[in-house]
Design a protein around this ligand. Structure first.
Ligand code: PSU
Ligand code: MN
Length: 303
């Protein structure tokens, strides 16, 4: 029953058969997170980095009513260019699949699809979280609830401070989701290596991360783990500059009364505009950095 919805690329099929480590990659970052053509180029380069580091990349999307596990070059190109691709989180999957539509999967939806495909490690840029002023808007990303229940480790560069990072950590704590810093004690904030918050645990190697992931699931503790890997120092943006940009983006979202699934893409687009593309360069660098770490963790898990 389930298999009818899943379609594996040839590369992923062969990788699975050979017992190779596989790394899931999301597609909202392609369709709604970065502009064309940098989005497609980055997606290809990130896949190449996963391969160079001994794992098989599986970029995930909903195309023509199928969950695609691993995409062709043409499919990546389509996701990067088409305006006919919905941002797809958990609640969107049944509609998009039954109506044979196209969807770019968020962290939440990519985790669901990765778990269905038996993939344990997922690399992305930043996770969604509790938005600032969530006490009135109730805007809390479905990514957090997914981390609470779906067994996939998510390698990211923390979360953008368009969110309330403190409340995001509180939510994850309540839900029993470990937030581990990769080589750091501090929660990275996407564009910057640091934030005012500490992570729960520090892991210094891919092997240590793999051990912790294995242990969590051996204990039957369902749900994901956040592996927060800071942006490389040379690519990081200045903290006060970014704080300013983010304030402006938030003010405009408030003024325009942006709500629901539009909030995050709106803020991401504004940040890019206000940094004149600097944020895009940083975004690309940190995803590539995460791909190296994710491939190493997946390789260690596969041993
Ligand atoms: N944060 C980023 N870049 C992104 C996203 C978040 O810095 O591209 C995307 C991810 O796909 C994430 C989604 O899962 O936005 C969260 O959206 P929402 O806040 O609507 O749950
Ligand atoms: Mn939201």
């Amino acid at each position: 029953m389930l298999e009818q919805w899943l379609e594996y690329s040839q590369e992923v099929t062969e990788g699975r058969a050979a017992g190779k480590p596989i790394v899931a990659l999301e597609s909202t970052i392609i369709s709604h997170g970065m502009p064309y053509p940098q989005n497609v180029q980055t997606a290809r380069e990130v896949e190449a980095i996963v391969r160079e580091n001994g794992a098989v990349p599986a970029t995930i999307a909903i195309l023509d009513g199928k969950i695609k596990i691993g995409l062709s070059d043409e499919e990546l190109e389509f996701l990067g260019q088409s305006k006919d691709v919905e941002k797809a989180s958990r609640r969107d999957l049944p509609f998009l699949l039954s109506m044979k539509k196209n969807g770019a999967t968020t962290v939440a939806a990519t985790m669901i699809c990765a778990e269905l495909a038996g993939i344990q490690v997922f690399v992305t840029g930043g996770i969604g979280g509790v938005h600032r002023e969530a006490e009135t808007t109730m805007d809390i990303s479905a990514d957090l609830q997914e981390l609470a229940k779906t067994n996939v480790a998510v390698v990211c560069a923390g979360a953008k401070s368009i969110l309330d990072l403190g409340l995001t950590l509180e939510y994850l704590e309540t839900q029993g989701v470990p937030v581990a810093g990769f080589g750091t004690d501090i929660l990275p904030a996407f564009y910057t290596m640091t934030s005012p918050y500490k992570v729960n645990f520090r892991l210094d190697t891919a092997e240590a991360a793999a051990e912790m992931i294995k242990t969590k699931w051996q204990l039957g503790l369902d749900g994901g783990i956040v592996i927060a890997n800071p942006i490389p120092e040379e690519d990081a943006l200045e903290e006060s500059f970014m704080a300013n940009v983010i304030e402006k983006a938030l003010a405009e979202a408030r003024e325009k009364q942006i709500t629901g699934k539009e909030v995050t893409p709106f803020l991401l687009g504004k940040v890019k505009e206000l940094t004149e593309g600097k944020s895009l360069v940083a975004n690309i660098a940190l995803v590539k950095n995460n791909a190296r770490v994710g491939a190493a963790i997946a390789s260690s898990l596969a041993e």
